[in-house]
Design a protein around this ligand. Structure first.
Ligand SMILES: [Zn+2]
Length: 70
């Protein structure tokens, strides 16, 4: 797991926002990664940001389990 994912794990709101924005459209492209100025999805999904956000969510989940929160 890299540092960016760990940073994100400390920012649950940003993580949720990324996961909400970076979803696939009907062509398998990321809705969050658009070509600037056009609003047209550019990156293939799952994109890098979705990848890191998902990794951050996984880190958060593990931390929560380790803390014994329920
Ligand atoms: Zn994206």
């Amino acid at each position: 797991m890299n540092d960016f994912a760990r940073e994100l794990a400390g920012l649950p709101e940003a993580t949720v926002r990324l996961l909400t924005l970076h979803v696939p459209d009907q062509h398998g492209r990321c809705r969050g990664c658009t070509t600037p100025g056009t609003g047209i999805p550019a990156a293939r999904w799952p994109c890098v940001l979705h990848f890191y956000a998902a990794a951050a969510e996984e880190i958060t989940r593990r931390r929560t389990v380790e803390r014994g929160m329920r």
